[in-house]
Write a protein of this length. Structure first.
Length: 137
């Protein structure tokens, strides 16, 4: 399963960098989180409604990142998110970060596995396939 690639722009601010002037490694995960949230929103998934009305929530199960080239202060980045695999209670998201555009320099190659849980019991729940139906169009 390969989904359409969602792109989210991010500007690197001074606060994102470390003493060497490059993006501090943990901040890449913040950029990836923002892109995942906006990707889900673009698919019509309302995470507040999911939590407060449906009593279900997404959790990150695992994450990976290969840091290829560092981003620096004031860089314009494109953070991507796309569905790579959907199982009963989890899904894998490929996430990459590029400088300038998706055709620009690859800075980070990464991914996340997320699961859907019952918010009260914290037990896995079936991921509705309609969450990702827009992906196939």
């Amino acid at each position: 399963m390969t989904g359409k690639v969602f792109e989210w722009p991010v500007r690197v601010y001074y606060e994102d960098t470390d003493a060497q002037g490059v993006v501090y490694y943990a901040n890449y995960f913040r950029f990836m989180e923002r892109a995942r949230t906006e990707w889900l929103r673009s698919l019509g998934v309302d995470q507040q409604k999911l939590l407060y009305q449906d009593r279900r929530m997404f959790v990150v199960v695992s994450t990976s990142a290969d840091f290829v080239v560092p981003a620096e202060f004031n860089d314009e980045l494109i953070v991507t998110a796309s569905l790579r695999r959907l199982t009963r209670a989890s899904f894998d998201i490929e996430q990459n970060i590029y400088r300038g555009s998706i055709d620009g320099t690859l800075l980070l190659r990464g991914g996340v596995r997320a699961a859907l849980l019952d918010a009260d019991t914290k037990k896995p729940q079936r991921v509705p396939t309609d969450f990702f139906e827009v992906e196939s169009t």
